[in-house]
Design a protein around this ligand. Structure first.
Ligand SMILES: *Cc1c(COP(=O)(O)O)cnc(C)c1O
Length: 399
């Protein structure tokens, strides 16, 4: 098994047309041709290096896609206007009406709603399983199953998917393993372990600035080409393309991702250890007692730590709300959804990012009403931040 995050993004020579160290931004919707024949060849997909129209491909998007492919160790990538666009485009490309998907029960709320509610329109059915129960995963596969869908680290329960084992099951049944790696860029490289398609919300860690919504699909050249096919490509025909101005700014942010991931993980591990010490019910894959600790240790690149997300259980949503409001006033960070930002963000999952998941399923997956999810920031002095949290916990008589 290869542990490399495929971080050879540093080997890429991407510079602008005037020698600009940052690649030029191609601010154009359409492209001129000197010969009509080249245009028709491009339509047929036979003119390497030519651009036609920016919904199909744009040079700025190509720079970012190439960097993502290098990071993931895939042949190619395509960048989308949101993480949801990446997820839905990849799924709709693989599945036809009448097909079936086996999905992790805990996924991002939007993904869950898409699989459970929206795909009904196309007569595509999904079965939700505990993704750490490999027998249940294989048992749910039917003759019309096309995809096993999971998140490397699931939101918000932080379960860890055993990617190599899921790859084995998918390959045995000749179906595709699609992995959302949004929580663990650099830490885990699912495609290096055989995952067929890797999707990202770049809104989170990859961009890391909370200034835009974006996503990506990484896979084989054949798969990416199929997405952009002018006659049958889901990306080409539904058109969820990323704006090239954004691609350009995300690419610059991506070059600091490795440093940021290390700091997010370091700070999260510090807080998890402290929370445990004071007797809070804390969930963090970097803690030995976490159910996914062993699996993550097996598949991760240890250089980048166990990630920037952790959660604590304050039992009731009222208590969680009081605590979060107080932390915000103390300057710990912001009461906000989303993650991977340089400031610490916190939210009550059941009432926010997982509110699409019905309450009984929330409870079935072990999600408490008082779950506070942290996306730990890049604080230089995390101890200072911890002291503020401690003050709030004491004021509310939680400890
Ligand atoms: C945020 C998120 C998404 C959705 O991404 P958008 O960029 O908001 O469309 C998908 N999966 C995970 C794990 C996420 O955290």
């Amino acid at each position: 098994m290869k542990f490399e995050p495929a971080s050879n993004i540093q080997d890429l020579l991407q510079f602008g047309e005037h020698g600009d160290v940052n690649p030029s931004i191609t601010d154009s919707a359409t492209y001129t041709f000197m010969q009509a024949k080249t245009m028709s060849d491009t339509f047929e997909g036979n003119a390497e290096g030519c651009f036609l129209y920016s919904r199909h491909w744009n040079p700025s998007n190509k720079y970012l896609a190439d960097a993502l492919a290098a990071m993931e160790g895939t042949e190619a990538a395509w960048v989308t206007a949101s993480g949801m666009a990446a997820i839905t485009t990849a799924i709709l490309q693989i599945c036809n009406s009448g097909d079936h998907i086996v999905s992790s029960m805990t996924t991002y709320g939007g993904t869950f709603a898409f699989l459970k509610n929206y795909l009904k329109k196309f007569n595509i059915d999904a079965t939700f399983v505990d993704i750490t129960n490999l027998k249940a995963v294989e048992g749910a596969i039917k003759p019309n199953t096309k995809i096993i869908y999971t998140e490397t680290m699931t939101n918000p329960m932080l379960q860890i998917s055993d990617i190599p084992e899921l790859v084995k099951i998918a390959n045995k049944h000749n179906i595709k393993l699609v992995v959302d790696n949004t929580f663990t860029p650099m830490i885990v490289a699912p495609a290096n372990m055989g995952a067929h398609v890797v999707v990202y919300s770049m809104t989170k860690f990859i961009n890391g600035k909370n200034d835009c919504i974006a996503g990506a699909i990484c896979g084989t050249q054949e798969f990416i080409n199929s997405l952009c096919d002018v006659n049958a490509g889901t990306a080409m025909l539904l058109g969820p393309v990323l704006d090239p101005m954004r691609s350009s700014s995300i690419l610059k942010n991506m070059h600091t991702l490795h440093i940021r991931m290390k700091q997010h993980s370091k700070n999260a591990q510090y807080l998890a250890d402290k929370f445990k010490e004071i007797g809070l019910k804390v969930s963090y894959p970097g803690l030995k007692e976490h159910k996914g600790h062993e699996t993550l240790t097996k598949i991760m690149n240890p250089e980048f730590g166990f990630g920037g997300i952790l959660s604590i259980d304050l039992v009731t949503s009222e208590r969680a709300s009081q605590f979060m409001e107080m932390m915000e006033l103390e300057g710990v960070g912001y009461l906000a959804v989303s993650l991977g930002y340089f400031k610490t963000l916190f939210s009550n999952s059941g009432k926010s990012t997982s509110s699409e998941v019905p309450e009984e399923i929330q409870h079935e997956m072990g999600m408490s009403d008082g779950l506070v999810r942290y996306s730990v920031g890049l604080d230089n002095d995390i101890e200072r931040s911890y002291q503020k949290m401690l003050k709030c916990l004491k004021k509310l008589n939680i400890i």
